[in-house]
Design a protein around this ligand. Structure first.
Ligand code: C2E
Ligand code: MG
Ligand code: MG
Ligand code: MG
Length: 291
């Protein structure tokens, strides 16, 4: 019986794997033309100060408007882009588009807005990210201090000399550096001292249960305190409830990002969010430190 099941499983998995491989190859082939066909799009998610309810920064998050498959998120194609090397031209497009768009918002009166752009390890290994960014800043006129590179913690722990060199070169360009998904990398934290970083983004898995799980609450408080001692800014990712925002505000979080405020939205919708301030209102509600 077991033998029979085993054989069935074997026969079942082979076509599934083939299907998956075929889909992957299809996606890679289509992704090759996505830029020239104008199918890639940046969405933007606000990072907000709870002190004054204002949008301080936007994180650029890539989407692919696929003619048959619909609007695809990065989990459906970034891995393929990394393995195929397509991440280099895609990353270049992301940096260019983010700079150009942010400059338009600056010119529309939101001149303090910072743009945060995700850069993946494969991009840093295969391309010349600092030079791409420097060129895009030059072309757009955006100031480097209004541009932040988000790199994941797993990458930061890779202390290869070439990686640290890249970070130093980025700092020479003048941009900000954020550690994304902080807390997920089993890290020894020594890189926080060695690397020239500006911001820590606490991963959403720690934020999810801060109100009910005392361990998570303790960890998040400790991360905020440590970051502030090191003169780093702290952003909380994945803030979905008022209770989480209240907790974070009372514990001196610098910025919050999450569905409670806004999901990632297209450039037009983000521009409208920014323009709420023109009526003299905060863009989002202000959270008091005490009830
Ligand atoms: P990330 O940089 O950690 O981005 C945060 C992800 O969490 C985004 O997913 C965002 O839409 C989602 N998110 C935001 N607020 C909430 C919330 O309150 N609850 C929950 N459950 N999720 C929330 P998205 O857009 O699917 O991006 C996934 C990942 O793809 C990003 O994680 C980033 O690592 C990568 N990525 C996105 N855009 C780019 C890009 O242009 N280049 C590269 N290399 N990677 C990108
Ligand atoms: Mg990010
Ligand atoms: Mg993250
Ligand atoms: Mg993530």
């Amino acid at each position: 019986r077991a033998k029979e099941q085993g054989r069935n499983n074997f026969e079942f998995y082979t076509p599934v794997l083939n299907q998956r491989a075929t889909r992957r190859i299809g996606i890679e082939r289509e992704l090759r033309h996505a830029i020239e066909l104008n199918q890639l799009e940046l969405f933007y998610q606000p990072q907000i100060s709870l002190e004054n309810g204002q949008i301080v920064a936007a994180e650029a998050l890539i989407r692919w408007r696929h003619p048959q498959r619909g609007l695809l998120g990065p989990s459906e194609f970034i891995g393929i882009a990394e393995e195929s090397g397509l991440i280099v031209p895609i990353g270049q497009w992301v940096v260019e588009t983010a700079c150009t768009q942010t400059m338009l918002w600056h010119q529309a009166g939101h001149s303090a807005l910072t743009i945060a752009v995700n850069v993946s390890p494969a991009e840093i290994r295969r391309g010349n990210v600092p030079e791409q960014i420097r060129a895009a800043l030059d072309r757009s006129g955006l100031k480097p201090q209004n541009f932040e590179v988000e790199i994941t913690e797993s990458m930061a722990m890779d202390s290869a000399e070439s990686f640290i060199d890249t970070l130093r070169t980025l700092k020479n360009v003048g941009v900000m550096i954020a550690i994304d998904d902080f807390g997920t990398g089993y890290s020894n934290l020594s890189y926080l001292k060695r690397f020239p970083i500006d911001t820590i983004k606490i991963d959403q898995t720690f934020i999810r249960d801060i109100v009910t799980d005392t361990d998570d609450a303790v960890i998040v408080r400790a991360i905020i305190a440590m970051a502030h001692q090191l003169k780093l800014d702290v952003v909380a990712e994945g803030v979905e409830t008022e209770a989480q925002a209240t907790f974070l505000r009372r514990n001196q979080i610098d910025l919050v990002q999450g569905f409670l405020f806004s999901a990632a939205i297209d450039a037009n919708a983000f521009g409208q969010l920014l323009d709420r301030r023109k009526s003299g209102q905060p863009q989002f509600r202000i959270f008091p430190t005490a009830p």
